[in-house]
Design a protein around this ligand. Structure first.
Ligand code: M6R
Length: 610
């Protein structure tokens, strides 16, 4: 949430910073702003706007502003409405210090009162301005000392990037439970919330850990711990897999990413199985055979779409590997006092690897001694650095806020992990080989679903005027129904309820009428006839039914009003073709309704606040 970028060096800092900031726009797009110096004289220049970075760029062009040291931010509003006053950067009362922030300061209210009593004059409603005023009020000629005194007073999560008029060629940075990376170039240096935005510009980076402070100059980066003792941090090489991030010929990143899935699924599967032994071969677990055999229960932690994928994985692991699995939403789990029994293996799932709730839950579990496996898409992200092992999704950068290709890769990687665990226990070779036979054609089956895009678009047009939907499924299709509903909600702003089909009669069926269609996920063989009975109950109440199915036994055609056909596969993998069809459905409904698909209102790609 909120993207921060900074630059000091000989290039035009406005251009460099805007280029970097645009790569971070997935973190929030409520407002944007920049501040900096254009020489050795210390007058802070700034510009802030409401809305996206393109608006900031327009304003900067009008101002003809040139800077050689700059800090900038793209905001996802937490404290205070998304208006110009609340946009970052924020300043102290004297205007000497400018600061951008990602995170939340929980004790902002108490600090604000204390600072107002000391004479600080606030302009905004933000928690960020409190930090600027606090550090400004503690400044007595030594900026590092002011930061050192301020840090223990701040409660919450923060990445802070600051400039001060007395240090016109320096940027100061602090991180605590929020990501911040320093990029080191030739006579120039950068700061970013995400290493991805630095890939094209530097070869070496430093990740700031909790309470570490950096003083960044063009020719030198110094790092300190919270007591301002100098520390030497190891520089990490930025991987050269910087992929070209563009929409290509597609109208949106979201549709491009949906269409990439045959490729990303192939990548997720490639070199991760052994057909002769009917098992998976997973590098990155960092667990030996004995440790894997000692796993007695699995705890899956995730949020949003990643949680839905984990939920599908739980069905697979219990059914096929016979390992008890608990699936938890990280934001709830972190405030439990969890019982972590010996033999518990934690799988933390996150596309971004930066989701604050998942990271906090993992930290708690690490402190309790649990082993952590990350399932993650972003190399070098916070989660991958915390975990004991990591299975990468290999889905490539996912830019659309709505997660699509990462979800299907998560399900496939969990399927492979399940296969490995099952084969190490009771599963015979032939059964393992049969599962692989089902997995291998999956990318082509997804391609077949994509070839139905035109028909799905027609259906989406036809259904786009409804304001309420149910998505129903059973077993593996229950989490897939949650996921289908989430896609529709987040990009088309339609109220969509994902529900286990068998539970409808316990209350929600009261909502069914001709104005509330049901999307029925029927491609799960074990409960197919049960689903049909549930759909009859919907039909009896005049509810329109759009089914997603792979076969028409027992007269589905007579029950459903419309059907999207998907290729047949085993129940464990069936959520994948079905979900791809529902991603297309949500996309085309949103397009029909004229929504901002890649950057839906109120959302951000990476949720780094709790
Ligand atoms: O990066 P993560 O997988 O940890 O993100 C979790 C959720 O924020 C994310 O899946 C969110 O629900 C998406 N917008 C769903 O499309």
């Amino acid at each position: 949430m909120c993207g921060i970028f900074g630059y000091v060096g000989n290039q035009d800092a406005v251009n460099v910073t805007l280029t970097g900031l645009k790569k971070l726009e997935y973190r929030g797009y409520d407002s944007a702003g920049i501040a900096g110096f254009n020489g050795v004289s210390g007058e802070v220049k700034y510009c802030k706007v409401v809305g996206k970075i393109s608006r900031l760029e327009e304003e900067l062009n009008k101002l003809d502003l040139h800077l050689n040291t700059a800090i900038a931010q793209t905001r996802w509003a937490t404290h205070g409405k998304p208006n110009e006053v609340n946009a970052h950067p924020h300043f102290d009362t004297s205007g000497s210090l400018a600061l951008v922030h990602n995170g939340i300061i929980e004790n902002h209210d108490a600090l604000r009162k204390m600072l107002v009593a000391k004479g600080c004059i606030f302009k905004s409603e933000t928690d960020t301005e409190v930090v600027a005023q606090l550090i400004g009020s503690l400044y007595e000629g030594d900026f590092l000392a002011a930061v050192q005194h301020a840090l223990p007073l701040l409660h919450g999560a923060y990445a802070l990037v600051m400039i001060h008029k007395d240090y016109p060629q320096q940027i100061f940075a602090v991180a605590s439970a929020a990501p911040l990376v320093v990029g080191i170039g030739e006579q120039e240096a950068f700061l970013s919330s995400d290493v991805m935005a630095l890939k094209a510009v530097v070869k070496e980076v430093l990740h700031l850990a909790n309470n570490e402070v950096a003083v960044v100059r063009a020719d030198q980066v110094e790092t300190f711990d919270a007591s301002m003792a100098k520390i030497v941090k190891t520089r990490e090489t930025v991987s050269s897999d910087a992929e070209e991030i563009s929409k290509g010929d597609f109208e949106h990143y979201t549709i491009k990413e949906i269409f990439e899935q045959p490729k990303t699924l192939n990548a997720a599967i490639a070199s991760r199985y052994n057909e002769d032994y009917g098992t998976a071969t997973l590098d990155g677990l960092h667990m030996d055979v004995t440790e894997l055999l000692n796993v007695q229960r699995i705890l899956i932690l995730a949020c949003g779409t990643s949680w839905h994928a984990g939920f599908i994985g739980a069905y697979m692991l219990e059914d096929l590997a016979r390992i008890p699995v608990q699936v938890e939403i990280s934001s709830e789990y972190r405030y439990k006092n969890p019982i972590v029994l010996p033999g518990t293996y934690v799988i933390a799932m996150s596309q971004s690897g930066e989701t604050a709730d998942t990271i906090a839950a993992v930290e708690e579990l690490k402190a309790k001694g649990a082993k952590i496996l990350a399932l993650c898409n972003v190399h070098g992200s916070t989660l991958t650095r915390l975990a004991d092992g990591c299975l990468y999704l290999r889905a490539g950068p996912e830019i659309g806020v709505c997660s699509t290709k990462a979800f299907t890769s998560q399900v496939v990687v969990l399927f492979l992990f399940t296969l490995l665990m099952a084969r190490m226990r009771h599963m015979g070779k032939a059964e393992g080989q049969a599962l692989l036979q089902a997995l291998k054609p999956l990318p082509d089956q997804v391609q077949q679903v994509l070839e139905e895009a035109n028909r799905i678009q027609q259906l989406a047009k036809d259904y786009s005027h409804y304001d309420n939907f149910f998505f129903l499924g059973r077993r593996h299709m229950y989490p897939a129904a949650l996921e289908g509903a989430l896609k529709l909600k987040e990009i088309s702003y339609i109220n969509a309820n994902g529900y286990p089909a068998g539970e409808m009669k316990h209350g929600p069926i009261a909502l069914i009428n001709e104005q509330c269609p049901t999307v029925a996920l029927c491609a799960n063989k074990a409960v197919y006839t049960k689903m049909l009975s549930n759909l009859m109950e919907v039909k009896a109440r005049n509810g329109r039914i759009l089914a997603v199915a792979s076969s028409d036994v027992d007269g589905l055609k007579d029950i459903a009003d419309d059907i999207i056909w998907v290729p047949e596969t085993i129940d464990e993998l069936a959520p994948i073709p079905t979900s791809v069809a529902l991603q297309l459905f949500a996309y085309f409904v949103a397009r029909e309704r004229g929504c901002d698909i890649d950057q839906p209102r109120n959302l951000a790609k990476s949720v780094t606040v709790e």
